[in-house]
Design a protein around this ligand. Structure first.
Ligand SMILES: [Zn+2]
Length: 82
């Protein structure tokens, strides 16, 4: 079974963390709990040419996964960008 934002009643789509399967809080189509959203359009030199991959991670899983990176995630403060 594919767990994805699929339901369409009252704009109440459901979003799940792909890593742990946790349901993320969505109210009136607005994600009330911040989550990491990744979308990757794979190109010609990849194994998945023509495919678009998409997944979400809850804050906990994001922390766990990025915590295992050899090189940490690049962090910028919004105030620096704006
Ligand atoms: Zn998770």
């Amino acid at each position: 079974m594919v767990k994805r934002a699929a339901s369409n009643k009252n704009d109440d789509m459901q979003i799940y963390c792909n890593a742990c399967g946790k349901k993320l809080k969505v109210e009136n189509g607005i994600l009330k709990e911040d989550a990491f959203e990744a979308v990757k359009e794979w190109g010609y030199f990849s194994e998945w040419d023509t495919q678009i991959h998409r997944f979400n991670l809850c804050e906990m899983c994001y922390k766990k996964i990025t915590g295992e990176f050899k090189i940490p995630v690049e962090v910028k403060n919004k105030t620096e960008i704006m």
